[in-house]
Write a protein that binds this ligand. Structure first.
Ligand SMILES: [Zn+2]
Ligand SMILES: [Zn+2]
Length: 168
C-alpha cells in the first residue's frame, strides 16, 4: 500500500470513528404509511426491521411520527463535510512537506546530477540551457529514480506542466 493510499485509509477510519452511531435515542416512526420501525434520532437509520402490527400497543402506534429521511441526509452531509475537511487538511500538510523536500539536500544533489547527465541542455527542445528538472512521474516521490527526471528549460517546463494539468 502506498503512502497516499495509507493516508486515504486513515482518513476514512477517522471519519468512520467520528460518525459511528450507537443509536442511543430512537423513536417509533411510521415508514411508507404502513411500516412501524424504530429510527435513530442522531443518524436517521432504522434500527429495526418493520415491526409486526400486533406487537405494538395502540398508544405506541398513535405516538409514532412519520419516518424522517432528512435526519440521515443531514448525517451523511455532515460526514461528507468532515471527510472533505480532513482531505483539505492533508493536502495542506502535503504541500508543506513538498516545499520542505524541494529545499532538501537530497533533491538538490539529485537535481545537479540529472542536469550534469543531460549536459545542462533542455531535453524537450534540445536547444536552451536547462534550468530546472521535470518529473515524468511522482509515483516514486520522494525517491524518484533518475530515469524519471529530465532537465528542461523554463519555457518547456511551463508548457509541459500546463499540458499535464490539462490532461488531469
Ligand atoms: Zn444512530
Ligand atoms: Zn526547452
Amino acid at each position: 500500500m502506498s503512502e497516499s493510499e495509507q493516508e486515504e485509509k486513515t482518513i476514512w477510519q477517522m471519519v468512520n470513528e467520528k460518525f459511528e452511531c450507537d443509536h442511543e435515542v430512537v423513536h417509533l416512526r411510521l415508514r411508507g404509511g404502513n411500516q412501524y420501525v424504530y429510527q435513530c434520532d442522531t443518524c436517521g437509520k432504522a434500527t429495526t426491521s418493520a415491526l409486526a402490527y400486533d406487537k405494538l400497543s395502540s398508544i405506541e402506534r398513535m405516538a409514532a411520527t412519520p419516518f424522517d429521511r432528512t435526519i440521515q441526509d443531514n448525517w451523511y452531509a455532515a460526514r461528507k463535510d468532515y471527510h472533505k475537511a480532513l482531505v483539505e487538511m492533508r493536502s495542506r500538510k502535503m504541500s508543506i512537506n513538498y516545499a520542505d523536500w524541494r529545499r532538501g539536500h537530497e533533491w538538490q544533489r539529485q537535481r545537479q546530477r540529472v542536469m550534469q547527465r543531460d549536459g545542462m541542455i533542455c531535453q524537450a527542445c534540445n536547444e536552451n540551457l536547462a534550468t530546472e528538472v521535470h518529473h515524468l512521474t511522482y509515483k516514486y516521490h520522494p525517491h524518484t529514480p533518475d530515469y524519471f527526471l529530465q532537465s528542461v528549460c523554463r519555457a518547456c517546463h511551463e508548457r509541459i506542466t500546463a499540458r499535464d494539468k490539462g490532461e488531469s
